[in-house]
Ligand binder design. Sequence first.
Ligand code: UDP
Ligand code: MG
Length: 317
Amino acid sequence: MQKTISIVIPAYNEEDNLLVIVERLERILEGRGYAFEIILVDDGSKDKTLSVIKAMAQIKPNIFYIEFSRNFGHQPALKAGLDYAHGDCVISLDADLQHPPELIIQMLEKWEEGYEVVYTRRHEDKSLPYKKRVTSSLYYKLLNVLSDIEIESGTADFRLMDRKVVSVFKEFQENEPFIRGLVKWMGYKQFALDYVPSKRFSGNSKYNLKKMLRFATHGVTSFSIKPLYTAVYLGFIFSFLSLLYIPYVIHAFYIGKEVNGWASIIMTIVFFGGLQLIILGIIGIYIGKMFLQSKNRPNYIIRSSNLSLKENGVVEF
Ligand code: UDP
Ligand code: MG
């Protein structure tokens, strides 16, 4: 039986990229003996992205769109695509052509060999802005130290997932899923392909520093509770150090040394004040996550789609 491939593309203000990427995908996939569908997720774009998508969907029966009620972010958009795709495998990639669609051919070969997840690693080369390269490699180092799964540097949301994997993934009820971490965590037979990223075809990156920092903290805190242990470890270290201070205090008392320690007291107060705030903040992040999770709100809200949706378009988990 002919296998179906679903392609999921999240798009936020990508009006000039979509026609190009769809055409490239069609050129790659046609004549390979697969049926394919392309699901374009409009993540509350402010430009003509939605009308471009709708126009394409009207002409071509295998193009589907999902329109969000507002901008929910890259990960929720990807999740929506995965939730609604019904292919035997699902391939996700960015709309800006930084993920070369030609790599899909190799992905499919690996899939046919029996791999259930084929993910990609960005080969860090000079074409990427210096800032992005450094922050990204530092980030993955930190993530691996702080969490229990190994995510390789440069892992992006450009991957193929078998139907089995997607079905399991759909059952996850996580608020703000960190998809690349979750997929790695799930196991299955995974294969990594390396690729050299292309330049963004048109438009600007949608990740500013603020969004990147958010994504970074989120990646760590949604995967590990190790940061919470910092309080315990630091507590032990400082209580031990303060024990060492006692003999000195007693000695000073007996020899009747003047109390003359304004600077050291201020230093200690400021230092421990800061430390306590940091640790409170870390605890706060986790409480915030519990708060959001307990509300059990959907990760995204769909305004319209040409896919069959549940009543009122709200996706339930
Ligand atoms: N994106 C999205 N919602 C957002 C931000 C980004 O759907 O709020 C999409 C965007 O259209 C692109 C992909 O996510 O297809 C990756 O975004 P971008 O290329 O801006 O990120 P970068 O490559 O700079 O990390
Ligand atoms: Mg990009």
